[in-house]
Design a protein around this ligand. Structure first.
Ligand SMILES: [Zn+2]
Length: 398
């Protein structure tokens, strides 16, 4: 039990109230008030707190801490004994609708598949439940949704009762209470009854619609995302608008989207393969036409500076030219860090030369004697390049 009387507990319709201030404190630069009574729902049980105003100052968060309910304000109300509170009705109604929808969907999963709800999470734009079963199929999820929508259309009453102790509780509860006294039961007539401290609406008809938006099976559980009422309709609008944009791009009505996109994906794969094949062919042609930078003792030295494609392509290109005439090669990609690739088709260990020089100039490299790559700070490139080149050529003339 909290010091504050929770007005929403028994009167969820109440949105304005006048009450005494019990205590106030400053936390993280913000004023927090404890009140004798409140119509604000304090966050908990998967449901965010209400928002609204106290004496015209915004309330953005209401929470319980060690049995005390604090209202966090975005300004000051001054030194007053009584305050007037006003709960944001649209936010409360939206949360109440989603929360009531959760009770219905949870009971539907329980009745149909004995799947219990282990957690519920509600935010301003997403509602999910975790079910205890990890093997639910798309068809089963749809069945639970259908049962839920049938319940909505029956316009069943949602009733709240508070029980003083556990012994008086009815036996058909969907889940057991976590408190021993003041147990609040929420009952959807002849359909669902369970302990809950959250806010709900008075009739299932007010929900209008429950729509499952998706589900995923992980670690023996099924997480179901859904939307109720205006949220479900807004989601439908969003998807229609996306469909319409895609229809325009594809010049195809939405019934043809799957086929049209499948065709595009297949074309894209085929084009990817063709681009790779042509790229390889072009590289081979360029390699065949590439003249050595110089020739020492019958061994060619290829210097590709600057190289504008990728380092991988430089390595492939060097391998192709060195197949044509034995020797060594070097490619430089300018930038910071600058990157280099070396290759050798002789006994010369080009990999070791590159690595030694790069390390000396604050860089690093790796590879095998015939093919290696690495990088170093751009400011050291000129000095390192002169040394690598001298070593690649020096080793040849020796
Ligand atoms: Zn509830």
């Amino acid at each position: 039990m909290t010091m504050t009387k929770l007005l929403y507990y028994e009167n969820p319709e109440l949105l304005s109230f006048t009450t005494m201030v019990l205590d106030s404190r400053l936390y993280d630069g913000k004023v927090q008030l404890e009140l004798a009574e409140t119509a604000f729902y304090a966050e908990g049980g998967g449901q965010p707190s209400d928002a609204g105003e106290i004496n015209g100052v915004s309330v953005t968060k209401v929470f319980e801490e060690s049995g005390r309910v604090w209202h966090e304000l975005e300004g000051v109300v001054g030194d007053v004994d009584t305050v007037e509170g006003r709960v944001d009705g649209a936010r409360r109604r939206d949360f109440s609708i989603q929360h009531t929808g959760q009770h219905i969907l949870s009971q539907a999963f329980f009745r149909l598949f004995a799947a219990e709800t282990s957690s519920f999470h509600l935010t301003e734009n997403k509602v999910t439940i975790d079910l205890s079963q990890g093997d639910l199929t798309a068809e089963q999820v749809l069945q639970a949704e259908e049962m839920s929508n049938r319940i909505l259309r029956q316009g069943l009453q949602v009733k709240v009762q508070v029980f003083a102790d556990k012994a008086a509780l009815p036996e058909n509860l969907r889940k057991l209470p976590v408190v021993d006294d003041s147990i609040r039961l929420v009952e959807i007539t002849d359909f669902d009854i369970c302990p809950c401290g959250g806010t709900h609406i008075a009739s299932t008809a007010e929900l209008g619609l429950i729509k499952v938006l998706g589900f995923e099976r992980t670690k023996g559980k099924t997480k179901v995302e859904f939307a109720c009422g205006d949220r479900a309709i807004a989601e439908f609008e969003r998807r229609l608008s996306s469909d319409s944009a895609v229809s325009h791009l594809l010049s195809t009505p939405f019934t043809g989207h799957t086929e049209a996109v499948s065709r595009l994906v297949a074309i894209e794969k085929e084009l990817g393969r063709e681009v790779a094949r042509l790229g390889k062919e072009l590289l081979e042609l360029k390699a065949a036409a590439q003249e050595p930078h110089s020739v020492h003792n019958g061994r060619a030295f290829y210097k590709l500076d600057p190289w504008s494609a990728s380092l991988d392509e430089a390595k492939l290109f060097l391998a192709l030219v060195l197949k044509k005439s034995p020797g060594v090669g070097l490619a430089v990609l300018h930038g910071d860090p600058a990157r280099l690739a070396v290759a050798s088709s002789t006994e010369l260990n080009a990999g070791a030369i590159l690595k030694d020089v790069l390390v000396k100039y604050g860089g690093k490299g790796g590879g095998i004697p015939q093919s290696a790559q690495g990088g170093l700070p751009a400011e050291n490139l000129a000095a390192a390049l002169a040394e690598i080149e001298a070593k690649l050529l020096g080793a040849h003339s020796a």
